[in-house]
Design a protein around this ligand. Sequence first.
Ligand SMILES: [Cu+2]
Length: 72
Amino acid sequence: MATSKIYIGGMMCSHCVRRITMALESVESLKNVKVDLDTFSATFDTDKDIDKQIIKKALEEEGYSLKKVADN
Ligand SMILES: [Cu+2]
């Protein structure tokens, strides 16, 4: 199990946090999703390599963007 961190565009309030959390939780391989409003980021655990396009699409469907995937 590896932890990944992503940075998200368009996040402004706790309502966004809830929507983004639900969007990421809908991606089957992501577990333990935590969205942080202060740093406009989210962390989650995965047991395989993350599919950036699937995450990007899940965020874009809710009106947010995937700005960056952190290296670690
Ligand atoms: Cu909001």
